[in-house]
Design a protein around this ligand. Structure first.
Ligand SMILES: [Zn+2]
Length: 71
């Protein structure tokens, strides 16, 4: 008979600032330009910001800038 040994293999740790994690980008503001929709997004988990451009409503936004972490 085997004993469960993986109880602590994946602890649920919340994302901390400075850690690599999947940013949950929220659109803070957006405005239209001739090249498409510019979105200013922020990750509420770590406070990082990024600028995305969405050339067409049917196209997923692409990152214009790299994610900038707060100091
Ligand atoms: Zn983040």
């Amino acid at each position: 008979m085997t004993v469960h040994h993986d109880l602590h293999s994946r602890p649920e740790t919340p994302p901390a600032p400075g850690r690599t994690h999947e940013h949950a980008w929220l659109t803070e503001s957006a405005h239209r330009t001739s090249t498409g929709l510019i979105r200013y997004v922020i990750c509420p988990d770590c406070g990082s910001r990024r600028v995305d451009r969405q050339p067409h409503p049917q196209v997923p936004p692409a990152a214009l800038s790299r994610a900038v972490s707060p100091p």
